[in-house]
Design a binder for this molecule. Structure first.
Ligand code: EPZ
Length: 434
C-alpha cells in the first residue's frame, strides 16, 4: 500500500501554485450533464475524485477527455441513461450532484447513495426535500436514490434548515431548466457555490444572488456549450499557508483569491504568523524562533472559519504556546485524526465537537494512518515539522483533494518520499528502520 515517508525539520521555502478547486470541480463536472453541447472546463485539479467522476459520466454516454493536464472537454449531447449506480458512486460524497443534474436535464435520476469522508451521519435529507419541492417524487431503495418529476421540474420557493453547500448546489442544478423561477433562502455562500452558478450562467442559465443567502434561479429552456475556468482551491491554499507557519519557513502561495482566505489569514495573524496579501498570491512566514500564540476557533459556514481547515489549524495549534480550544460547528465527529496526532506527541482532549489543545514543543515522527482527506494532510503537516521520520499510510485519501502534493512539497524543500514496501519506521525511535 502506498505511503508517504517524511523526514521532519525542513522549513518550507519558495513558491507553490494552487490548483483548481476540488469542491468546485466535483460539482461543475456533473453540472455539464445539464448542457446539450460541449463544455470546455479549465483549471481542473487532477485528483482522484475528479478522475472518478469522469469515469462515471463516460459510462453514462458523456464524451469526456482531457485536452491538456488541467483542461477537460465534456460533451453531454448523447447521454444514454439517467442511472449511475455503479460502486464508483459510493466512493465519494460529490456523486450526489449527479441527481440534481440528471433531474434538472431529464426529470429522472437513479443514483447510488454517496460515500465520502466519515464524520458521523451525513444525510442528504435537505437535498431530497429540495427535489420534492421542485415536483419530484424521491424514494430510496436498495441504496439507490430514485428521483422522478413526472410532470417536469417546476420552479418553487424554499428555505434550507441549514446553509448546506451540497443541497444549495444540487437544488440550483435541478432548477436551472425548470418551468418557472426557484428561490432558495438560507442558501450556502461558499466560493464554490458562486463558481458553479457562474459556470451555469456561462452556459445560458439565469441565476442571481449566488454568494448571498438568497439565490434566485429563473428556469431556461436549454443550456448551450461554452468555456469556463474553475476558481483556485481555497482549502489547498490554506493548507500550504499552515504548512509554512508550522515549519517556520516562508512560502509564496500563488494563484489564489485572497478574499476567499480571509478567515484563515486572520487566524494565522492572530497566532502571530506573518501574512502578506497581494492581488493573486499570499506570502506566509514565521521565524523558527517566533512563538505562536494559542487561539480559539469555531468552524462555521462561509465566510466563517471553514471546517475543511479545522484539522490543519488544530495541528498547528499543537505547537502554539498555551491552550487552544477548537469547536467543530459543522460535523458531529471531525476529530478522529486526533488519535493519530497523539502518536506523534500531541496533547489534545476531545469531547464531542470540542477539542482542547495544549501546546507542545515539537512533534516526534511515527507511523500513522490517514482516516480522511483533511485528517491525512494534517498528518503531513505534523510530519513536516516533527523530529525524526514519519510514515503515513492510506495516502490515497489525501490524493482525493491535493494535486501533486509530494512534488509541490519537494519544490518547497520538504524531505518527503513515496514508499510501497513494509514499514520503515521503528516504533521506538521514529528513526529510519532500514
Ligand atoms: C461539502 O460537503 C464539502 N464536500 C465538504 O468538504 C465540506 O466539509 C462541506 O461542504 C462544508 O463546507 C464537497 O463539496 C464534495 P454540507 P456537504 O451539506 O455538501 C448536514 C472536504 O474535505 N447535512 O454543507 O456534504 C451535514 O451532515 C469535504 O473537501 C444534513 O444534515 O456539506 C453537515 O453536518 C469534507 N442534511 C452539515 O449539514 C443534508 O441533506 C453541512 O453539510 C446535507 C447536509
Amino acid at each position: 500500500m502506498k505511503k508517504y515517508v517524511i523526514r521532519g525539520g525542513n522549513p518550507l521555502e519558495g513558491e507553490v501554485r494552487i490548483s483548481g478547486g476540488k469542491n468546485a470541480a466535483v460539482a461543475i463536472i456533473p453540472a455539464a450533464l445539464l448542457v446539450n453541447g460541449v463544455c470546455i472546463i479549465e483549471n481542473v485539479p487532477v485528483v482522484n475524485d475528479v478522475i472518478l467522476l469522469t469515469k462515471i459520466m463516460s459510462n453514462m454516454g458523456a464524451k469526456v477527455s482531457f485536452l491538456d493536464k488541467t483542461t477537460l472537454r465534456i460533451d453531454s449531447t448523447e447521454i444514454h441513461t439517467c442511472a449511475a449506480i455503479s460502486e464508483l458512486v459510493r466512493k465519494m460524497r460529490a456523486s450526489y450532484y449527479l441527481i440534481g443534474a440528471l433531474l434538472g436535464r431529464f426529470g429522472n435520476a437513479q443514483v447510488g447513495l454517496p460515500g465520502g469522508c466519515d464524520f458521523g451521519v451525513r444525510p442528504i435529507d435537505y437535498h431530497i426535500r429540495g427535489f420534492e419541492a421542485l415536483g419530484a417524487t424521491v424514494t430510496i431503495e436498495h441504496g439507490i436514490v430514485n428521483a422522478v418529476a413526472e410532470n417536469g421540474v417546476k420552479g418553487t420557493s424554499l428555505s434550507l434548515d441549514f446553509p448546506s453547500v451540497g443541497a444549495t448546489i444540487n437544488i440550483m442544478m435541478a432548477a436551472v431548466l425548470a418551468e418557472g423561477t426557484t428561490v432558495i433562502e438560507n442558501a450556502g455562500k461558499e466560493p464554490h457555490i458562486v463558481d458553479i452558478a457562474n459556470f451555469l450562467n456561462a452556459m445560458g442559465a439565469e441565476i442571481r444572488g449566488a454568494g448571498t443567502d438568497t439565490i434566485k434561479i429563473k428556469g431556461v429552456k436549454e443550456l448551450h456549450g461554452g468555456r469556463y475556468e474553475i476558481i483556485p482551491d481555497q482549502i489547498e491554499a490554506g493548507t500550504y499557508m499552515v504548512m509554512a507557519a508550522a515549519t517556520g519557513g516562508r512560502v509564496k502561495v500563488s494563484n489564489v483569491i485572497p478574499k476567499h482566505l480571509e478567515s484563515i489569514s486572520a487566524k494565522l495573524e492572530e497566532i502571530g504568523v506573518t501574512v502578506e496579501e497581494d492581488d493573486d498570491f499570499i506570502t506566509v512566514s514565521r521565524e523558527p524562533s517566533q512563538i505562536m500564540n494559542k487561539v480559539n476557533i469555531k468552524t462555521l459556514p462561509y465566510p466563517g472559519f471553514p471546517t475543511d481547515m479545522q484539522p490543519q489549524m488544530s495541528t498547528l495549534l499543537c505547537l502554539a504556546n498555551g491552550t487552544s480550544i477548537v469547536t467543530e460547528g459543522i460535523y458531529e465527529h471531525r476529530f478522529k485524526y486526533v488519535d493519530e496526532l497523539r502518536r506523534m506527541g500531541a496533547k489534545m482532549d476531545v469531547d464531542g465537537r470540542v477539542c482542547v489543545i495544549t501546546g507542545i514543543e515539537k512533534f516526534t515522527g511515527a507511523a500513522v494512518t490517514a482516516c480522511d482527506l483533511r485528517a491525512g494532510v494534517s498528518l503531513v503537516i505534523a510530519g513536516l515539522c516533527a523530529e525524526g521520520m514519519t510514515e503515513i499510510s492510506n495516502v490515497q485519501l489525501i490524493e482525493r483533494g491535493y494535486e501533486d502534493i509530494v512534488e509541490k512539497l519537494r519544490g518547497l524543500g520538504a524531505s518527503i518520499g513515496i514508499s510501497d514496501d513494509e514499514p520503515q519506521i521503528s516504533e521506538k525511535t521514529g528513526e529510519n528502520a532500514g
